[in-house]
Design a protein around this ligand. Structure first.
Ligand code: FAD
Length: 293
């Protein structure tokens, strides 16, 4: 069932990347909630496993002096949801984390695994897109910094080399300070389910109700998560009102590249993108008491 040949547990990032350099067929495992499912289903067999669990500090969530928020890839969804720093400074991500799986999964599944598995349905992805998150990837050659928008290359395919590890997820102060935000996970049923659509909106609105900045991330709308740049550009400088929101929704559909699958038809997905992108902005603003994030 779980056919594992060897299991390695390095204690430092440098040990881990040196092991990966020597044997790039090692399978990295974090919480294991994707990897072990693949093994159980017979899609991954006779492997050598490299576990990140014994590497201290990879689950830290901290804010540095310049205001940059660091989210360690081994932080679980429960840790992210319960982090006082997240709740105070980036509540949109803290709240997105609670929509993921059930309690057992959230206690085990990591944000790094969620990003690295490349699924368009990843519940952290839309929000990290909307936050302009930057991924720090380490190999023996050094550190590469990749904006999350460039990381997703296709369904289940990310810009991660076999000898690289994701070691940090960073959100700069300029991308979250003064912003309010909302993640809406639309599912067919209320119990634990994978998203039919995930929409995250973060926006900065001045005290007279003018949109200064807006970023919208979509998950499941297309084969990879994506940003709605046309809708965002349209919104900046406009007053928040029904006409503006409708214009944003219509333009968000252009970014979606919605497709028909067994989960939902193209038309239904487009309707969801249009409606939920508007609703995410309205709810984000409502949570901070209206205009003026
Ligand atoms: C019952 C159940 C319900 C679920 N519900 C949801 C849900 O509602 N929403 C959702 O988004 N997902 C859901 N998932 C999917 C899964 O739990 C998430 O994708 C999870 O975040 C994966 O994290 P992990 O730590 O378990 O990853 P793992 O399984 O350990 O790894 C996943 C992938 O990432 C790679 N990886 C992990 N960490 C690193 C790193 N630091 N550097 C490089 N590569 C790395 C691994 O090699 C592997 O390819 C569910 C899964 C189950 C079993």
């Amino acid at each position: 069932m779980y056919r594992i040949n060897n299991h390695y547990e390095p204690e430092t990032v440098s040990q881990a990347i040196s092991m990966l350099h020597q044997n790039s067929s090692l399978v990295v495992i974090a919480g294991g909630t994707d990897v072990l499912i693949k093994m159980h289903g017979g899609n991954l067999q006779d492997v050598d496993i490299l576990s990140l669990r014994s590497i201290g500090g990879l689950d830290r969530i901290e804010k540095t002096k310049d205001g940059t928020m660091h989210i360690g890839p081994m932080a679980t969804f429960s840790q992210i949801n319960q982090s006082a720093l997240m709740q105070e400074y980036i509540p949109v991500l803290a709240n997105a984390a609670i929509t993921m799986g059930g309690p057992q999964i959230r206690n085990t599944a990591t944000i790094g695994g969620n990003v690295c598995n490349g699924a368009t349905s990843a519940d952290s992805a839309s929000t990290l897109f909307a936050l302009n998150a930057r991924l720090y990837l380490e190999s023996i050659e050094g550190t590469r910094i990749v904006p999350i928008e460039d990381f997703y290359m296709g369904p289940g395919k990310v810009d991660l080399k076999p000898d690289e590890l994701l070691i940090d997820i960073q959100v700069e102060a300029k991308d979250y300070e003064g912003f309010c935000g909302k993640y809406i996970k639309f599912t067919v049923r209320n119990a634990m389910d994978i998203a039919t659509l995930g929409v995250a909106a973060v926006c900065r609105v001045d005290s007279s109700g003018i949109i200064e900045d807006l970023r919208i991330g979509l998950g499941v709308a297309g084969p990879t998560p994506r940003r709605c740049h046309e809708a965002e550009d349209y919104a900046i400088g406009k007053e928040v009102n029904q006409e503006t929101l409708q214009g944003i929704g219509e333009r968000a559909v252009l970014a979606a590249q919605a497709r028909t699958s067994w989960r939902a038809s193209k038309e239904y997905r487009e309707h969801l993108v249009k409606t939920l992108s508007q609703r995410a902005i309205e709810e984000a603003l409502a949570e901070v008491g209206g205009a003026g994030c």
